[in-house]
Design a protein around this ligand. Structure first.
Ligand code: COI
Length: 356
């Protein structure tokens, strides 16, 4: 049963940014969705209000023990004016997996989708239409109960904010250079690697800073036990095309199940391209690079979409992939996914959801 969401419109709308120069996650729209949770009362007071800072108690548990989960998805405006969301059910399902792992309360799927639709409808004039742009949607939940004992909180706030964005990486669809991390680890089996929780990202920053200092855009994480098997990149899942077969690390509990990852696998299967989810080691990748069978590498993510990888550095080995230029298959997947997302290509998979 759909619940009534109160809408309070701003009296001071902001000036919209230049669509050709948006960057990522810099600009925010005029409104946000917010509701609260209390044990015994459930989620309540759902409302769309003018975008504004929050006032939180300094003892709010999120500041101390990090109970925070988030999601990311995108809204597009098609040439015929339809507003499209890409597979939003996947995000609410994953958010509930993250909630469960962080011992946070689940969110009602219908309420999440309703809030999302209504907020995007209110802000539809903010959806940019320039090539490579979209309206990034960031739902998140934080623990707000003021308490310093270590236990799961009894009060939470759920919010959705919106940001008109361009490419996540300054490289856009041009290949990025990635450093394979061999000192720090991101996740281990039994940990929180499969959850989209803020702490995973906080723990990744030091490696990212060190990679940047060496001239690399991102970090490729290896398994947390042997540092041998490939897991994922900082903000993306990862795929390799070796001798005609596309391989991505199998979900093992420490890898995030990306929506773009699943969509890429489904697309490749539909195209008849051999694709497998399996364990793959750096040794195997280096061998493929040395014997010339490593044909393409790319990352997948909501923010990054498809990001070709032109160079991988692992210890003293520098692997240049496809001469450092965007591969044919990476380009085709990028064009197809963004084409379906923006309504330019017919959605035969039933992935897009129209906001009405
Ligand atoms: C996304 O791709 O939506 C992400 O959440 C990755 C990153 C921006 C944190």
């Amino acid at each position: 049963m759909s619940r009534q969401i109160k809408i309070e419109k701003t009296s001071t709308p902001k000036e919209k940014p230049d669509q050709r120069n948006l960057g990522f996650g810099i600009h925010f729209t005029d409104h946000m969705f917010i509701m609260e949770y209390e044990t015994g009362k459930g989620w309540h007071n759902e409302r769309i209000v003018p975008y504004a800072p929050l006032s939180l108690d300094p003892a709010a548990m999120v500041f101390h023990y990090g109970q925070a989960v988030f999601e990311g998805l995108k809204a597009y405006k098609a040439a015929d004016g339809r507003v499209l969301l890409f597979r939003p059910q996947k995000n609410v399902q994953r958010m509930n997996i993250s909630n469960d792992r962080l011992s946070m309360p689940p969110i009602d799927e219908e309420l999440f989708l309703d809030a999302l639709q209504q907020l995007v409808q209110v802000e539809k004039d903010w959806i940019p239409v320039e090539e490579g742009t979209s309206l990034y949607v960031r739902p998140f939940i934080i623990a707000t109960e003021p308490f310093l004992g270590v236990r799961s909180a009894d009060h939470y706030t759920f919010m959705i904010i919106l940001s008109p964005v361009g490419a996540y990486y300054p490289e856009g669809i041009n290949p990025v250079k990635i450093n394979v991390e061999n000192k720090y680890v991101r996740a281990v089996s039994g940990g929180t690697g499969y959850a989209k929780t803020s702490g995973n990202y906080a723990a990744s920053l030091k490696a990212q800073v060190e990679a940047k200092d060496k001239g690399y855009t991102q970090v490729l994480w290896l398994d947390g036990v042997e540092k041998k098997y490939i897991e994922e990149v900082g903000s993306m899942n990862v795929f390799f095309k070796i001798n005609g077969e596309v391989i991505t690390p199998a979900l093992n509990g420490s890898i995030l199940e990306g929506v773009t990852r699943s969509s890429t696998i489904e697309l490749l299967k539909a195209w008849g391209v051999p694709v497998s989810e399996k364990r793959i080691s750096m040794e195997e990748l280096l061998e493929a690079s040395n014997n010339g069978t490593l044909e393409e590498a790319f990352g997948t993510g909501t923010a990054a979409v498809i990001s070709p990888i032109g160079e991988l550095r692992w210890e003293d080995h520098v692997m240049v992939i496809n001469q450092g230029v965007t591969g044919e298959l990476s380009r085709k997947i990028y064009d197809t996914i963004t084409g379906i997302q923006s309504g330019k290509i017919e959605d035969t998979f039933g992935w897009t959801v129209e906001v009405k």
